[in-house]
Design a protein around this ligand. Structure first.
Ligand code: URA
Length: 295
């Protein structure tokens, strides 16, 4: 038996002696323990998994039964990736490297192959989440650098912040492919989002911002907040327990501007951002409160 396996077995036996008869295993752990996945993957279990008793059982159960307990629903739902490193920066760097070779996304013909991760401050209190990179983002390998990105940067500035103070990411880390792509962009499909979702969820858990802003219904859906922006905006939802504001995507503001002056949409986004600023206890001047009021 490998060192990792015997350490784990010892640990479990100790827990069993302490009367802990139920534990949560991450998906895949059983495969590793039973040898379905070969040795290198065992590195993940050398660090004992966080174990939660599901319920106190009256008598000690055999180890085999403990190991076969299914993980509780929340462990499965969390869908976080384990990465090495001791600081947030190191962990984010490891996560980025993992995304570069992420088979579930790279094997999808409907996604392009250039990975665009995230940008900004790993210690940020405010995190913006968009849907997927577009042409400009793919070129520069940075989220929100095209026209929608310029709009987002203007929103951040209006809040009295600078882009490097916040963290900006996307649900999908690869640009969705199209026939005759050119500079065309499209929203990611639910399957494409699902393939990348563990990354943004892990980023959220590492950065632990005070507030998340989901830009558009697609980003909100990716974070598990389904609905239309019209119905979701204006109040806080929750992602991993973090207050999450859903607002219109900057591209929507650009479209509205093109069709008229877009003042109504701008004011709606701004009202959402004022709520975010209040939640973050940022100073708000009378001038800021009055932005984008219809004359
Ligand atoms: N739109 C997004 O949702 N993300 C980007 O990075 C750029 C445009």
């Amino acid at each position: 038996m490998s060192t990792a396996k015997s350490l784990l077995k010892q640990h479990l036996q100790q827990r069993q002696l302490q009367g802990k008869t139920h534990i949560a295993l991450r998906p895949g752990t059983m495969d590793r323990l039973t040898g379905a996945v070969r040795e290198p993957a065992l590195r993940e279990v050398q660090k004992p998994e966080p174990m939660k008793p599901l319920a106190a059982a009256p008598a000690a159960a055999p180890l085999a039964r403990i190991l076969s307990e299914p993980p509780p629903a929340e462990t499965k739902k969390a869908g976080l990736l384990e990465v090495g490193g001791s600081t947030i920066e190191e962990k984010l760097a490891a996560l980025r490297a993992m995304a570069e070779t992420w088979e579930p996304a790279l094997s999808m013909a409907s996604l392009r192959k250039t990975m665009v991760f995230a940008v900004g401050n790993p210690q940020a209190s405010l995190m913006f989440v968009g849907e997927a990179p577009g042409a400009e983002e793919e070129k520069l390998r940075e989220p929100f650098v095209g026209p929608a990105g310029q709009k987002l940067t203007a929103i951040i500035k209006a809040m009295g912040l600078d882009r490097p103070q916040v963290y900006i990411s996307n649900i999908c880390k690869f640009r969705p492919a199209m026939d005759n792509q050119g500079s065309g962009n499209r929203k990611p499909t639910p399957e494409e989002m699902r393939a990348c979702l563990p990354f943004v969820l892990t980023e959220i858990s590492l950065i632990a911002p005070k507030v998340i802003v989901a830009l558009g219904a697609t980003a909100a859906e990716g974070l598990g907040i389904p609905g239309s922006v019209g119905g979701l905006r204006g109040k806080f939802h929750s992602t991993q327990g973090i207050p999450t504001m859903v607002t219109y995507h900057p591209s929507y503001l650009l479209r509205e501007e093109k069709m008229g002056d877009g003042i109504r949409a701008k004011r709606q986004v701004w009202e959402d951002m004022l709520k975010v600023m209040e939640k973050l206890e940022l100073p708000i001047s009378a001038k800021q409160r009055g932005y984008f009021q219809a004359k």
